[in-house]
Design a protein around this ligand. Structure first.
Ligand code: HEC
Length: 110
């Protein structure tokens, strides 16, 4: 009985940790980007205050360091210019690496 309980516990915690390692699904990614205000300045295929994601995808196409560059961009608040005024780029509202990489993969696929 005890052994069975322990096995069940082990299985449950395994299921929990492995589901946390899965990347965001489409709805989760959209919600994260909305929550982080990305949608205010970016769209997939038209320029707003920031470049269209298509433009960014084209800029980084075939570049091996694309993910690393964008990861830094989204996590370190680099200085940018909006309407001629300098401000800090927003940081994405999560520290979950897998989630940030899911957003980056989506941007690079535009
Ligand atoms: C206040 C407006 C604003 C918000 C909010 C914003 N961005 Fe940006 N973003 C910009 C501007 C302006 C640039 C262009 C910076 C430059 O080229 O110097 C930029 C650049 C980028 C780039 C291109 C970086 C590169 O190296 O070419 C990506 C990708 C990006 N933003 C993604 C995001 C994501 C994802 C979010 C949400 C977490 C976000 N942005 C939120 C304005 C914004």
């Amino acid at each position: 009985m005890n052994k069975l309980k322990m096995t069940l516990l082990a299985l449950t915690s395994l299921a929990l940790t492995s589901s946390a390692a899965f990347a965001l699904d489409d709805a989760g990614r959209d919600a994260l980007m909305k929550d982080s205000k990305c949608t205010k300045c970016h769209a997939a295929d038209k320029k707003k205050d920031g470049p269209a994601y298509k433009e960014t995808a084209a800029k980084y196409k075939g570049k091996a360091d694309a993910e690393k560059k964008l990861f830094t961009h989204l996590t370190t608040a680099p200085e940018i210019e909006v309407d001629g005024a300098k401000e800090k780029h927003v940081k994405i509202k999560t520290t979950n690496e897998a989630d940030i990489k899911a957003v980056i993969a989506w941007i690079l696929a535009q």
